[in-house]
Design a protein. Structure first.
Length: 298
């Protein structure tokens, strides 16, 4: 069986389509890599790209895209609703088939060393690739964001795992890691009051006593004039999408607001959507073999 790894880099550009297309072009230029999805968000000023392939081509594409992002994105001028610290903000590697998490950790280390060595970008390792327990959580690694890290990176304990202990003013800092499949999930509210979204995010996220595998923030979306709870579902098998959605609805009702809609950014495992369908349709004894597309894949 071929080894297949997924890479989901996030870039700090969601408005200039020409820049996004050039970064994606660096990925598509690598033979053996298949681009699965990409999406840009103007309010977040961020783009999320998903591609797969065997380890060698995936490493090459990840580095090539990060190099192009460093050339085209100037972090000293960047503004956006989503937390960020670098032109290429994060590069996670996800095992898909014929490969385990430890091999993805090795891939993460190799790409991190290449970014630091050739591009002089400070790199932190996170999630399963973290060399220190306090760096497992991405939000802890990114604390202070780009602006705060300019000074913080020089402090004892905040030095990067690879590269100089000095922020690249143009390219910023990058986090490289290995992790299970993650679902980027946003829930929009019928209010412009971002404080309500922040309170809901505090309730649901694991760091504040909520769901242990959920990360969440409250932000304001300028294009729609709505507050949004932006969520990372880090392990949908432990905390299902519908449970997150229902709790956000309940919490929103406490403040007299409603959920207008939700969205998934990038790709999601089919199983996560099947779980939601089983819950809302109250299906009994439903089996994956009942899904037509599963038979077509076989």
């Amino acid at each position: 069986m071929a080894k297949v790894v997924e890479c989901v880099p996030n870039f700090s550009e969601g408005r200039e389509l020409k820049v996004i297309e050039e970064i994606i072009g660096a990925i598509k230029a690598v033979k053996g890599v298949k681009l699965l999805d990409y999406s840009n968000d103007e309010s977040h000023n961020r783009s999320v790209v998903t591609f797969i392939g065997e380890p060698g081509p995936v490493k090459e594409a990840a580095f090539g895209a990060a190099k192009k992002a460093a050339e085209l994105i100037d972090m000293s001028k960047h503004e956006g609703g989503h937390p960020r610290m670098g032109a290429t903000d994060v590069i996670p590697f996800v095992p898909v088939a014929g490969i385990d998490m430890q091999e993805c950790v090795e891939i993460a280390n190799e790409v991190a060393q290449q970014l630091a060595g050739e591009l002089k970008i400070p790199v932190y390792l996170y999630e399963e690739a973290a060399k220190r327990p306090e760096r497992k959580n991405l939000s802890d690694v990114r604390r202070g964001q780009y602006e705060g890290l300019i000074e913080a990176i020089k402090e004892p304990g905040r030095e990067p795992d690879f590269g100089p202990a000095e922020v690249s003013l143009r390219a910023g800092v990058t986090a490289v890691g290995a992790r299970p499949p993650l679902i980027a999930y946003n829930i929009n509210l019928d209010t412009a009051d971002v404080e309500i979204a922040k309170k809901i995010a505090r309730t649901i996220r694991g760091s504040n006593g909520g769901f242990p595998t959920i990360k969440g923030l409250g932000i304001y979306i300028e294009e729609t004039g709505q507050a949004q709870v932006t969520i990372n579902v880090c392990d949908y098998k432990k905390v299902a999408l519908h449970r997150v959605f229902e709790l956000v609805k309940l919490e929103a009702a406490r403040y007299g607001v409603k959920v207008t809609d939700s969205e998934i950014v990038g790709l999601t495992p089919m199983e996560a959507l099947i779980d939601a369908a089983e819950f809302y349709l109250q299906l009994s004894g439903f089996e994956p073999g009942q899904i037509l597309e599963n038979h077509l894949l076989e």
